[in-house]
Ligand binder design. Structure first.
Ligand SMILES: Nc1ncnc2c1ncn2[C@@H]1O[C@H](COP(=O)(O)OP(=O)(O)O)[C@@H](O)[C@H]1O
Ligand SMILES: [Mg+2]
Length: 237
């Protein structure tokens, strides 16, 4: 069996709330193999973003073991975590978070600038990635000259331009209308079909159903989901 990309064992996360400790993630176990397309489905406040921050090495668990691509993250310094983030993970958030004063192409080049890739190569790679997400004719546009769906596609191109092992998305369609959201989901499916590992976090069961595997999180407890459509599989009924 191939080595797991994500391996989480008994992950707990507490936040200090005054004198109290709020228990946000409760003994979470999760294994994701390379090439999977997983969605993590749960209602607002269930701990999804907290879990995403840990998966994305933006935060560390209070207890438990997490390794990403075979690297245990517990004992790493902030600088080492930042290195892992930039090499291994492409982030997509609800709002595309593009820099307004940069063109689509420059926005996509940014991670490569930070990674020290020379100008000519990074221009080529940014263009290629924008073509891949269907924006060949929008490279010189600024974010405010693009629709919400196009902005999100630029953000996806930016997330993928460094060729990370994992595309990690938190409510990627949350700010989009239904039709545009479906287009972004179609793009995720294509990217996964090309072999990219995708982990997508959502509160929307229809969006979750685009993934090949769904896990549920409720009150900080993660459970493997039944296939969507099976009777009794909808936790919101
Ligand atoms: N930095 C923090 N300090 C204290 N509580 C937090 C913090 N971040 C999140 N929480 C709490 O943790 C719970 C889960 O939050 P979150 O992971 O953002 O949920 P979701 O993304 O599923 O809506 C919520 O009750 C939230 O108030
Ligand atoms: Mg959230």
């Amino acid at each position: 069996m191939a080595e797991a990309l994500i391996s989480m064992r008994d992950i707990n996360k507490y936040y200090a709330m005054g004198e109290e400790q709020a228990h946000i993630l409760k003994d979470v176990n999760l294994t994701v193999a390379p090439g999977e397309y997983l969605s993590i489905l749960g209602p607002s406040g269930s701990g999804k973003s907290t879990l995403m921050n840990i998966i994305g090495c933006l935060d560390i668990p209070t207890s438990g073991a997490y390794s990403l691509h075979g690297q245990a993250i517990e004992d790493l310094t902030d600088v080492e975590l930042a290195g892992i983030r930039s090499r291994e993970i492409g982030f997509v958030f609800q709002n595309s978070q593009l820099l307004p004063r940069l063109t689509a192409q420059k926005n996509v080049e940014l991670p490569l600038i930070y990674a020290g890739v020379p100008p000519k190569e990074r221009r080529g790679r940014a263009r290629e990635m924008l073509e891949r997400v269907g924006l060949a004719d929008r490279m010189g546009h600024f974010p405010n000259q693009l629709s919400g769906g196009q902005q999100q596609r630029v953000a996806i191109a930016r997330a993928l331009v460094g060729n990370p092992s994992l595309l990690l998305a938190d409510e990627p369609t949350g700010a989009l209308d239904q039709k545009t959201g479906r287009q972004v989901m179609a793009l995720f499916q294509e990217l996964n079909a090309e072999g990219r590992t995708v982990v997508m976090i959502t509160h929307d069961i229809h969006i979750a159903s685009y993934a090949r595997r769904v896990v549920h999180i409720i009150g900080g407890v993660l459970t493997e989901g039944q296939a969507i459509g099976e009777e009794g599989s909808d936790p919101y009924v």
